[in-house]
Design a protein around this ligand. Structure first.
Ligand SMILES: [Zn+2]
Length: 93
């Protein structure tokens, strides 16, 4: 298994959530399943509500480098998904 946020191996935490429609970025519906796995560093950020820091971390660990414009677009995409995830986890912003 890998961390559903930063793709680190052997995640230690699991966040249960209701299934939700993530996006249809590629022209097809992509549903989130019932739980997201997280490694310790990502879990610490999630538990602290530091979602913008988590987005920094996830963006920095992405395997390709982005142009600044593509990076902004990807951050917007992550922010949207994480907002839905927070709701699915029963949290409020
Ligand atoms: Zn992680």
């Amino acid at each position: 298994m890998i961390c559903d946020f930063c793709s680190a191996e052997n995640p230690t935490r699991k966040y249960d959530c209701l299934p939700f429609l993530m996006d249809n970025l590629l022209g097809f519906e992509q549903w989130s399943d019932s739980a997201w796995a997280a490694c310790d560093p990502c879990a610490a950020l999630i538990d602290a509500g530091a979602w913008e820091v988590l987005i920094d971390k996830v963006t920095a660990t992405f395997p390709i480098s982005f142009t600044p414009a593509a990076c902004r677009e990807y951050r917007r995409y992550l922010r949207g998904i994480y907002a839905k995830l927070k709701t699915a986890m029963g949290q409020t912003a």
